[in-house]
Design a protein around this ligand. Structure first.
Ligand SMILES: [Zn+2]
Ligand SMILES: [Zn+2]
Length: 244
């Protein structure tokens, strides 16, 4: 196997879509039908697949060949974190099965310990890679794809918010944490269809702010809408999202 620079960048081959457009297959903004809509899936996955194909070529292996699965298992070896790009890690995960639940790793039932371990291993790349090799845009797109491949492993508001944002992430438009929180608040308020009808990132992230506070008398995500705005947000609330 050829030598690799540690933590090689991913998703740098080919061009990303220049502008958000409607998917000719599902009719939603392209990417939003991921992964069920084939067109949306190909659009989202192309950056991952290009890197994987380049790795296969470098290893003189062919797609679907007997060596591909062995390569995937090697890429997913815990000791190999950072040896391959994060896109190759993700793609390798689609080529093997969880030894415990037989799902794609990190997409099985929430109580599958091996899927949880695969999830944690995947994100260790982002925590160890520098911002230069995995940009906030890369990271957000990676999170969005991972969440949409396993929406049952996340709160529905989280999955819905990433579904709304992914067409814009594909063209490099990254929402701030404050904007993401605002979109989530609208999803929680039952405005998904209204949000989905927004044709631009500015429209989607520019809806009026809704004001919520966590209801301390309940556990979990129960929130109460406020009639009055909370105190002004702190500057750090406008940082880019770093987690699902
Ligand atoms: Zn589609
Ligand atoms: Zn599993």
């Amino acid at each position: 196997m050829a030598d690799h620079q540690p933590f090689p960048a991913g998703a740098r081959r080919g061009e990303r879509p220049a502008a958000v457009s409607a998917c000719p297959s599902c009719g939603d903004l392209a990417g939003r039908g991921y992964p069920e809509c084939r067109f949306c899936a190909e659009l989202v996955d192309q950056a991952w697949l290009r890197d994987w194909q380049a790795l296969l070529a470098a290893e003189q292996l062919s797609e679907g060949g007997s060596g591909e699965r062995e390569l995937a298992e090697l890429v997913l070896d815990d000791d190999e974190i950072g040896r391959f790009s994060w896109t190759c890690t993700d793609w390798a995960m689609t080529l093997v099965r969880c030894s415990h639940c037989a799902s794609e790793p990190a997409t099985g039932p929430l109580d599958c310990v091996r899927c949880s371990m695969a999830e944690a291993t995947r994100w260790s790349w982002d925590h160890s890679g520098t911002p230069h090799v995995i940009t906030p845009e890369d990271h957000a797109l990676r999170v969005a794809r991972a969440v949409l491949r396993a929406p049952h492993r996340h709160r529905s508001v989280v999955a819905s918010t990433w579904r709304l944002l992914i067409p814009f992430l594909l063209v490099g438009e990254l929402a701030t944490t404050g904007q993401v929180q605002r979109v989530r608040a609208h999803v929680l308020a039952g405005h998904y269809e209204e949000l989905a009808a927004c044709a631009t990132h500015v429209q989607l992230t520019g809806l009026p702010e809704l004001y919520w506070r966590r209801d301390e008398s309940h556990r979990g995500d129960h929130q109460v809408r406020l009639d009055h705005p909370p105190p002004p947000r702190r500057a750090e609330d406008d940082q880019v999202p770093t987690e699902a």
